[in-house]
Design a protein around this ligand. Structure first.
Ligand SMILES: NC(=O)c1ccc[n+]([C@@H]2O[C@H](COP(=O)([O-])OP(=O)(O)OC[C@H]3O[C@@H](n4cnc5c(N)ncnc54)[C@H](O)[C@@H]3O)[C@@H](O)[C@H]2O)c1
Length: 263
């Protein structure tokens, strides 16, 4: 249980879902220090408290920040380095489901908002983390994309544009900084029940319990493995990519979707 011993990590979206599950996974592998970032301060406090109880040797700081804001991202990267004197791993994960609309119906403002939260955030996280890592012996970057980075999801054009673009940034980061000891990879989850996915289900169905249940069944049936993924399963993949277990893997996008994208 020492895959991340002595390491310092930044996790965005750490108040819930994949970010929170990954914070626990990293702590269970003895990560030394973590900066937990989110807009949801109460959720961050909860994550921090639970980690302190279960993994008392893991040091954490929490930062309430909007990942689409350049000064905020620069700020939490700098604060990490000032506090812990290192930065080895960044998990650029915070994101939203985006505005639900087909292209012709998509208000340009909403499209730009999707780009700001889901894509600018990853660019900024990479930019400022790489700025430090390249002069300090390298590091590891894991970006959260989606099955929407690999295939179309009709009615989610903004989301799909951001998630495909994240894969481009991931490849460019790997190509530009491999010789500086920096690896960059992306995870592409399928259906996983989180706050974000619950909002998607409510939006698509109107929220009636029987309609939500039916949509979960439909999504499960559209998945070769016949079920949803779990946040802990996504966290296992992030850990693999963040650790030396994946020492020669860079620039890839790994689908973790129960086979959804093979069909
Ligand atoms: N749940 C799924 O089925 C699924 C599938 C594929 C990809 N994803 C992606 O996984 C990532 C995490 O999603 P999740 O399912 O864990 O959702 P979640 O809603 O449970 O967690 C996302 C967290 O990000 C935070 N956040 C949102 N906007 C922010 C901002 N501007 N600044 C800082 N924090 C912000 C939220 O407060 C929340 O705590 C997202 O990028 C999402 O697109 C989710």
């Amino acid at each position: 249980m020492n895959k991340l011993s002595g390491k310092t990590a930044v996790i965005t979206g750490a108040a819930a879902g994949f970010g929170k599950a990954t914070a626990f996974k990293f702590a269970s592998e003895n990560v030394a220090n973590m900066t937990l970032v989110d807009l949801n301060e109460n959720g961050l406090l909860e994550t921090q408290k639970e980690i302190a109880q279960k993994y008392p040797s893991c040091k954490t700081i929490i930062v309430k920040a909007d990942v689409s804001d350049e000064a905020a991202v620069k700020g939490f990267v700098e604060r990490t380095v000032e506090t812990f004197h290192s930065l080895d791993i960044i998990f650029n994960n915070a994101g939203i489901e985006g505005h639900a609309a087909k292209i012709a119906d998509m208000p340009f403002d909403m499209f730009k908002r999707d780009l700001a939260v889901n894509l600018h955030s990853v660019f900024l996280g990479m930019k400022y983390a790489i700025g430090y890592m390249k002069d300090h012996g390298g590091g590891v970057i894991v970006n959260t994309a989606s099955i929407g980075g690999l295939v179309a999801l009709p009615g989610s054009c903004g989301y799909v544009a951001t998630k495909h673009a994240i894969l481009g940034l991931t490849k460019n980061g790997a190509a530009e900084y491999g010789k500086d000891g920096i690896r960059v990879n992306a995870v592409c989850p399928g259906f996983v029940m989180t706050d974000l996915h619950a909002r998607v289900l409510k939006g698509l169905t109107g929220g009636a319990p029987e309609d939500v249940k039916k949509m979960i069944e439909d999504n499960s049936n559209a998945t070769p493995m016949g079920r949803y993924g779990k946040p802990e399963e996504i966290a296992d993949l992030v850990l693999f990519l963040a650790s030396e277990d994946s020492a020669y893997i860079s620039g890839v996008a790994i689908a973790i979707d129960g086979g959804f994208t093979v069909l």
